[in-house]
Design a protein around this ligand. Structure first.
Ligand SMILES: *[C@@H]1O[C@H](CO)[C@@H](O)[C@H](O)[C@H]1NC(C)=O
Ligand SMILES: *[C@@H]1O[C@H](CO)[C@@H](O)[C@H](O)[C@H]1NC(C)=O
Ligand SMILES: *[C@@H]1O[C@H](CO)[C@@H](O)[C@H](O)[C@H]1NC(C)=O
Length: 370
């Protein structure tokens, strides 16, 4: 009687244990799922450091399901060639974004607009040729920006206006020939600037940037190198050791440029800026394209204004000298004609020469002429 009664007891205990174990694993899985944010397919995620590593996967698009809490997003060594403007939307916790070694050739204006907490942005070794001036506008915490190994030929004015915290900036190995001082002035926290391996043209355009560099190194900033490629006489020389006197000719050139109307080709004028002129179909001829957007002309630098002042003063002085010369010439003419007249009179009276009375007459004539 004992045997049949005792046999079901361990069986139910076993079943109970199984039930408990399965419940436990179920809850464990549920808890893990709660703690671990969903990881994008084939990326690896670290729930502790909130790092999502999608590097080296041959991706052509950014995974759409990156968790919103991600702090580090690694996308280097992929095949990204373009990004939609919502690629990093809602990732406001992101601090590090690595997009290096891809094939990006353009970046939408607002692609980083949500990344208010970003401190490091890697764009090294892409195919960027131009950047939108608004691209980095909303990154107040950005400290490190790497744009090296791209095809950048110029930096648009205002590109760094929204980066007060930037400490290191690399522009190495691009196609930059010149830099604008005004573009760099907002970078008040910059400590390290890398601009080596670019085809620098050490001419008037770079002169103002040299001024900025002097101030930059005065406040402790470090620069790798700024070796000139052109002109030939300065090839290989560092722009910082080229004496400022070599650029004295620049103010004259600037003056000529402004009178010839030579301007750096800017963005083409939009139709919107032309439209306000339309409602007036007056008799005046249609406006020339160069005058269509006069507000885009930059204010003239002080040296040019000074040069214009010099030209005006020189003009006035020349005018006075000219008037004096005309007066002198007129006086000379009158004098010459009077002398000629006197000589004619003298010849008429030649027969009377020797006569004391004639001589008297002559003297009278002279006094009357005078
Ligand atoms: C971003 O978040 C908002 C609201 O939280 C949501 O409506 C929107 O769809 C999100 N966008 C993306 C691209 O995830
Ligand atoms: C951004 O960083 C600050 C300080 O590190 C933090 O307080 C804030 O919550 C962060 N914002 C987001 C959206 O994560
Ligand atoms: C740049 O990126 C390409 C493609 O990702 C890679 O093949 C190349 O080795 C990289 N070059 C450097 C210098 O990192």
């Amino acid at each position: 009687m004992l045997a049949p009664g005792s046999s079901p007891k361990p069986r139910t205990r076993l079943a109970l244990q199984w039930k408990q174990i399965s419940w436990l694993t179920y809850w464990l899985v549920l808890c893990a799922a709660e703690a671990l944010p969903a990881c994008p397919f084939s990326c690896s995620c670290d729930s502790r450091s909130l790092e999502v590593d999608c590097s080296g996967l041959g991706l052509t698009v950014v995974p759409p399901d990156v968790p919103a809490a991600t702090r580090t997003l690694l996308l280097q060594n992929n095949r990204l060639s373009s990004l939609p403007s919502w690629a990093f939307a809602n990732l406001s916790s992101l601090q590090r974004l690595d997009l290096s070694n891809n094939f990006l050739d353009r970046l939408p204006r607002a692609v980083f607009a949500d990344l208010a907490n970003l401190t490091e942005l890697q764009l090294r070794n892409n195919s960027l040729r131009a950047l939108d001036p608004e691209l980095l506008r909303h990154l107040p915490r950005l400290r490190h920006l790497d744009l090296s190994l791209n095809g950048l030929a110029r930096l648009p004015p205002g590109l760094f206006d929204g980066l007060p915290a930037l400490r290191s900036l690399s522009l190495r190995t691009n196609r930059l020939q010149s830099l604008d001082r005004l573009t760099f002035e907002p970078l008040a926290s910059l400590q390290l600037l890398q601009v080596g391996d670019n085809p620098w043209e050490c001419d008037c355009h770079l002169r103002d940037f040299k001024h900025w560099l002097e101030w930059f190194s005065y406040r402790g900033g470090r620069l790798d190198q700024l070796a000139c490629t052109l002109p030939k006489e300065l090839r290989g020389k560092d722009m910082r050791v080229v004496p400022m006197e070599m650029f004295n000719y620049c103010s004259q050139l600037e003056d000529e440029d402004s009178s010839a109307g030579l301007e750096v080709p800017g963005p083409p004028c939009t139709k919107a800026s032309l439209e306000p002129a339309k409602p007036k179909p007056g008799p005046e001829p249609e406006p020339e394209p160069s005058t269509a957007c006069p507000q885009k002309q930059r204010p003239r630098p002080v040296s040019v204004r000074r040069a214009i002042g010099t030209v005006i003063i020189a003009g006035v002085v020349c005018g006075i000298v000219c008037i004096m010369m005309v007066v002198a010439a007129a006086y000379g003419c009158i004098y010459a004609s009077l002398m000629a007249k006197y000589h004619r009179e003298l010849k008429k009276r030649q027969p009377l020469m020797g006569d004391p009375e004639g001589e008297h007459e002559d003297q009278k004539q002279i006094s009357s002429v005078a």
